[in-house]
Design a protein around this ligand. Structure first.
Ligand code: KIV
Length: 313
């Protein structure tokens, strides 16, 4: 039996309230909610679907403002935010909490909750309960599971239970120990045939979309051409219907060394370091805070206070 935390229930408030404007960014323009139907239409119209990972409310607001189509609350959270070497330590509680925060920041993006290690592999019942926490508790539009044909029954059962499932094929980081490392997948003709079959099986099982990680672009193209489902690529070349990357990798943020196929758009590590050093220097030199940055007391209250102090001494 699943019990909801108050944190999980709070996501609904973002639909009812305007985005907080204390740090306005851009125009914060509203747009229609990005739905699964919209993603399918983008594929049909040969327009690319944009997707990034996100792990917090503030960054989600900026992505919402930039009109990203979809956001993946990825279990790479365990690596880029918690400092682990793999995604395995991401917990369902963590993931649902941050998914709800991202939903509050990005009410109109298509939100994908990444089901963490062992939250769906052990039993169908657990898979459905845990997916329900992302859907009903955090306000996700879909959940993502790392699969091959061994989990086709799980995907079918989740789908029957009305849960939209994105099937993540190819390199599956939660299986890193079985796969023998983070290696490109489907690089032989046999392995590629198997991946194409797996993709078909996932579609037949009711998956709503596919994600391909680290497969050759030629194979990714075949998958995308052979299905009506939106196919999102991660380091799988230009022929997929959309692209996803880990936010930290495109921002030059954190300790990761992005794979060569990732494009880096800024160096956030440098920008943050410059800001932190400026702050440290200002505090140490007395340059901050100045009186202008401080809270002032009225002359009248100050005079009263001084009088009280004199009486005491
Ligand atoms: O968890 C994640 O960030 C992912 C992407 C790398 C696709 O699964």
């Amino acid at each position: 039996m699943v019990s909801w935390t108050s944190e999980e229930r709070q996501f609904t408030s973002s639909f009812a309230q305007p985005l907080r404007a204390n740090y306005p960014i851009g125009i914060m323009s509203r747009r229609a909610k990005v739905t699964l139907a919209k993603l399918c239409a983008l594929k049909r119209e040969r327009q690319k679907i944009t997707m990034l990972t996100c792990y917090d409310y503030s960054t989600a607001r900026v992505m919402e403002d930039a009109h990203i189509d979809a956001i993946l609350v990825g279990d790479t959270y365990a690596e880029v935010c918690l400092g682990h070497d793999t995604t395995l330590p991401a917990s369902i509680d963590h993931m649902v909490t941050i998914a709800a925060a991202v939903r509050r920041g990005a009410p109109s993006a298509f939100l994908v909750g990444d089901m963490p290690y062992l939250s769906y592999q052990a039993s169908i019942e657990r898979a459905i309960d845990n997916a329900g926490r992302f859907m009903a508790g955090a306000g996700c539009d879909c959940v993502k599971v790392e699969v091959d044909r061994r989990l086709v029954d799980t995907v079918a059962a989740m789908s029957r239970a009305t849960i939209p499932v994105m099937a993540h094929l190819g390199l599956r980081p939660q299986s890193v120990h079985q796969l023998g490392g983070y290696k490109a997948q489907a690089t032989t003709a046999e392995a590629a045939c198997r991946l194409l079959e797996d993709a078909r099986m996932m579609e037949e099982a009711g998956a709503c979309s596919l994600l391909l990680e680290a497969v050759p672009h030629t194979v990714a193209r075949m998958v995308a051409e052979q299905t009506e489902l939106p196919v999102i690529g991660c380091v799988s070349g230009p022929h997929c219907d959309g692209q996803v990357l880990v936010m930290h990798d495109i921002l030059g943020f954190g300790a990761g060394h992005p794979p060569r196929s990732v494009k880096v758009y800024t160096n956030l590590n440098d920008a943050l370091r410059t800001a932190f050093c400026g702050y440290i220097e200002d505090v140490q030199s007395g340059g901050f805070p100045e009186e202008a940055n401080s809270i002032t007391m009225s002359e009248r209250e100050l005079a009263r206070l001084q009088g009280m102090q004199r009486e005491r001494s």
